[in-house]
Design a protein around this ligand. Structure first.
Ligand SMILES: Cc1ncc(COP(=O)(O)O)c(C=O)c1O
Length: 425
């Protein structure tokens, strides 16, 4: 029997690190572990959204239609409801034709990468950045005919991912001089001639909002060079201060600009696979072509429930109220995490502008620190290395799971503080 071999891109992956390598180790009781490594917030979803799902499931006709395919880009009613949400709640000038619905933002980003970049084309990411991007680039941009070696960059077979450092590890500040970051971006563009710059704001892992000054300059550069600027808005609903100006730019006026949106606007909803992309009509049509091949269409039940929920909750203001309450809960958890770190660890950390994470300088190899904290204090963090070289000696702290349980959050840092001070003696 001739055993079939796996694809070359998958075999190649065996040699590369996984995004977040840390798992619960043997000998550690998982029930005792306090995890700051999870990527979700514990907000309850709006009761009205739950009721909309129940309504569909209780009605034979509605349930029957939730089993039908929709258009590859999503049902027009859903795209319209999302466009109305973007216009009224997020201040973005868009129409339904600017919206593509997908099975979560991970899948829709894959579609966007395939639709907007040719295999082998380079992409610029921030360092640090969302840990999943690299592997996504591998699967979307692989050109098996070309395997380049990486220098300061990491190689996707056929393409290279160029990293723009955005954390000043000496001062422990995020992009302290946007003009310097822009100059560095320009240099990277000259060397790599990339097709895309991709980042998120507020950021995972740092919780920082990328400033208007940088994004304005980066957009100009992208427009000059014919590049796409893709901003992942994963944490747009958990922004603690005012929205930056680029949040409301129109994709028709700026066809280089594309934004992607996971489902975490609506509480603990990420497992209900739904997300959307906003871009020019041309970009959206292109994404639809890929979607046809990768998913046929987004999930119909989620689209129906979301459409019905948005149609009610945007005009009556209940969505705005829900968002403001969950934002407040998140901000309080961010403050509680900062206080607990200062009190029990005294380590440097960033003050988040939004989102559910911050990063903390642990002053040693992040993987060793994480393994020691897990083994000896039953506290788990995501090692900074997974997000980029700038976080080699740092960890990501996720306070999202503790929005309703500050006591547990404090217990985690207290336990770790006690372990570290015993170790130091
Ligand atoms: C920056 C970022 N993008 C995307 C995702 C995942 O999005 P989705 O569930 O829509 O695929 C996450 C989840 O942690 C994230 O932090």
């Amino acid at each position: 029997m001739k055993k079939p071999v796996l694809s070359r891109v998958v075999q190649e992956q065996a040699r590369v690190r996984t995004p977040l390598g840390q798992s619960i180790e043997a000998g550690v009781d998982p029930a005792k572990v306090i995890s700051f490594a999870s990527a979700w917030a514990d907000h309850e979803s709006p009761a009205l959204l739950m009721a909309k799902y129940a309504e569909i499931c209780a009605d034979r006709k509605l349930f029957h239609s939730s089993g039908g395919y929709t258009e590859p880009l999503g049902d027009m009613a859903c795209r319209e409801a999302l466009a109305e949400f973007e216009r009224r709640e997020m201040g973005v000038d868009v129409s339904a034709e600017n919206v593509a619905v997908g099975l979560g933002s991970t899948q829709i980003l894959h579609n966007a990468l395939v639709a907007l970049c040719d295999p082998g084309e380079d992409v610029v990411l921030f360092d640090p950045t969302y840990a999943n991007y690299y592997i996504q680039m591998v699967f979307a941009l692989t050109d098996p005919c070309l395997v380049k070696e990486a220098g300061v960059t990491r190689s996707v077979p056929g393409a290279e991912v160029a990293y723009l450092p955005v954390l000043d590890v000496e001062q422990w500040r995020y992009m302290p001089e946007p003009s310097k970051a822009l100059a560095r971006l320009e240099e990277l563009c000259k060397v790599h001639n990339p097709r895309m710059l991709l980042f998120q704001s507020p950021d995972n892992p740092t919780g920082q909002v990328v400033k208007d000054k940088f994004v304005g300059g980066a957009l100009e550069l992208c427009e000059e060079r014919g590049m796409f600027l893709v901003i992942n808005m994963a944490y747009e609903a958990q922004l603690f201060g005012d929205a930056p100006k680029y949040y409301s730019l129109s994709p028709e006026e700026h066809p280089s600009l594309v934004t992607i949106h996971p489902n975490n606007v609506f509480g603990h909803s990420l497992g209900r696979r739904f997300g959307w992309l906003v871009g020019s009509k041309e970009v959206v049509e292109a994404v639809g072509k890929v979607q046809h091949a990768t998913a046929l269409c987004p999930d119909a039940l989620h689209q129906m429930a979301m459409t019905s929920y948005l149609r009610a909750s945007v005009p009556d203001g209940s969505l705005r109220k829900y968002l403001s309450e969950s934002r407040e809960l998140t901000r309080k958890a961010a403050d509680a995490a900062a206080e607990a770190i200062d009190k029990h660890l005294g380590m440097r950390h960033l003050k988040p502008d939004g989102g559910i994470y911050t990063v903390m300088d642990v002053g040693m190899d992040s993987e060793q620190f994480v393994a020691d904290a897990l083994r000896n204090a039953s506290v788990l963090f995501a090692p900074g290395k997974a997000f980029g070289n700038t976080l080699e000696r740092a960890v990501r702290v996720s306070y999202g799971p503790f929005v309703n349980d500050h006591a547990k959050l404090e217990e985690g840092f207290e336990r770790l503080g006690k372990h570290l001070s015993k170790k130091g003696k």
